[in-house]
Ligand binder design. Structure first.
Ligand SMILES: *Cc1c(COP(=O)(O)O)cnc(C)c1O
Length: 452
């Protein structure tokens, strides 16, 4: 990192040395020791964080960006290009078009229109906004396990959002969906490939033909799970490949490089299958024909200012970690996926622990099984384990909590007492390849806490 940062600093020198010197400016001049002491204070204050980089942090969907992303971001940020307009950052705008091309290709789109966004929320907002533009009078359907952004954005856009129930494995109930589709009120269905809670994969391969039958569009929210597409093309996939292989048929796809793409926050992405949807973004002279090359990024995105540095960081990262199943990012995702599978196997060794749903990607959900187990007992124990694991004096482990319908547990454990409708269980997102080697020890520690 030191070497990389050195190179970043020198690059900035070279960039500035190509113009004549800027005279000293006193309003922006601050003594170096003042800035140093502020940074020291910042360091202190930042200690109030969990160690997201460490395998002992097995909780939320969080990890630091890769070194190459940090260095590239810093290099570009010192120039501070704005990818809203071509003249705001010609170099980084070109990088953005290149990475979008790579991502669209990864999903199997033959042509596309798309861009980076500052988050998955904004990317999904754009997808739903286009959905509304195409079917102004119609509703948007999503499952009850979809990210809450969909119901929220429907309210923002003033369109009706229809929540479809899920099966026990948290995927959208296709019969319930068809019942709604028959009403003729839905214009777009949102499929989630990798729900944020348990990583469940909606059956896109069945949703697509169903929606075709009713003339309805499909948006795929792959904010968390999108990059697992890489594993679907593997000759022996270690994931359920079918939903991912149907992605080329989806009308739009969202993926978050700031989740599984090794990027710092501020990097989401939306791609549309049909480039002509660019007409809905147009704010002045209406064109009649669009290709992705015709339009500036600012003309095809809802946001105005956006960090060119985010595009530079993703571009640099993809040079080091290509979007392939047998190297680069694919290797990392294979490892995180294998971590979830290993976790599941290890859990089976302890009678005091049980799996909630079979992991489909790299999120695991599990719970302690006390004698005469009930919803209140499991919830109380989960809370205790969560708390004691985090506060362990020598070996802290950071886990997340997750609230589920008690009836789902009851179907697997008939003696489970339903004394409250919901149960708190435990959840871990194993999104760092470093988790793999730590898993058997981690579960041993959790099991020990459970026994205690
Ligand atoms: C994280 C996530 C979002 C929201 O994305 P942000 O980048 O957090 O704004 C939307 N949908 C899914 C499925 C997600 O996992």
């Amino acid at each position: 990192m030191k070497n990389l940062i050195q190179q970043v600093i020198e690059a900035q020198h070279r960039f500035r040395n190509s113009w004549d010197e800027v005279p000293h400016e006193e309003t922006t001049a601050i003594p170096i020791n003042k800035m140093e002491s502020v940074l020291s204070e910042l360091e202190e204050r930042l200690k109030n964080n969990y160690p997201f980089y460490h395998p002992r942090y097995a909780a939320q969907m969080m990890k630091p960006p890769h070194e190459i992303a940090v260095a590239a971001y810093l290099m570009a940020m010192q120039i501070n290009p704005n990818n809203h307009a071509l003249d705001g950052g010609p170099a980084t705008a070109k990088m953005e078009l290149e990475v979008i091309q790579n991502i669209a290709h990864m999903f199997g789109y033959k042509q596309h229109l798309g861009h980076l966004t500052s988050s998955g929320t904004i990317a999904n907002l754009e997808a739903l906004w286009i959905a509304r533009s195409i079917h102004p009078e119609k509703a948007i359907a999503f499952s009850s396990s979809a990210h809450y952004t969909h119901s929220r954005m429907c309210r923002v856009l003033g369109i009706q959002g229809i929540e479809i129930p899920v099966n026990d494995n948290h995927t959208i109930d296709l019969n319930a969906l068809e019942q709604e589709l028959k009403q003729g009120t839905i214009g777009t269905v949102v499929a989630t490939l990798g729900t944020t809670g348990v990583g469940a994969l909606d059956k896109l391969q069945e949703i697509i033909p169903l929606c075709k039958k009713y003339g309805v569009r499909v948006h795929a929210d792959c904010a968390y799970g999108g990059f697992f597409t890489l594993l679907a093309r593997n000759p022996q996939p270690i994931i359920n490949a079918e939903p991912f292989l149907a992605l080329p048929e989806a009308d739009s796809i969202v993926v978050d490089p700031h989740k599984h793409g090794l990027q710092p926050y501020g990097c989401g992405c939306i791609v549309f299958k049909d480039p002509t949807i660019g007409k809905y973004y147009k704010h002045d002279s209406p064109y009649t024909y669009f290709t992705s090359k015709d339009l500036h990024l600012g003309e095809i995105s809802l946001e105005c200012s956006r960090a060119g540095a985010a595009a530079a960081a993703l571009w640099a990262t993809l040079q080091c970690f290509p979007l392939q199943h047998d190297k680069g990012l694919g290797m990392i995702l294979q490892k995180t996926r294998r971590s979830a599978l290993l976790w599941n196997d290890e859990i089976k060794k302890y009678s005091s622990l049980a799996t909630f749903v079979q992991p489909q990607l790299d999120i695991v959900t599990y719970f302690p099984v006390p004698k005469n187990s009930s919803a209140t007992k499991v919830s109380l124990l989960s809370e205790k384990i969560f708390h004691n694991a985090m506060n362990h004096s020598e070996q802290p482990v950071y886990l997340a909590k997750f609230i589920v319908d008690s009836s789902i547990i009851k179907r697997n454990i008939p003696s489970f007492e339903l004394d409250q409708p919901q149960t708190t269980i435990l959840r871990s997102v194993l999104m760092k390849p470093e988790h793999f080697q730590f898993i058997s020890q981690c579960i041993k520690e959790i099991a020990a806490l459970t026994e205690e």
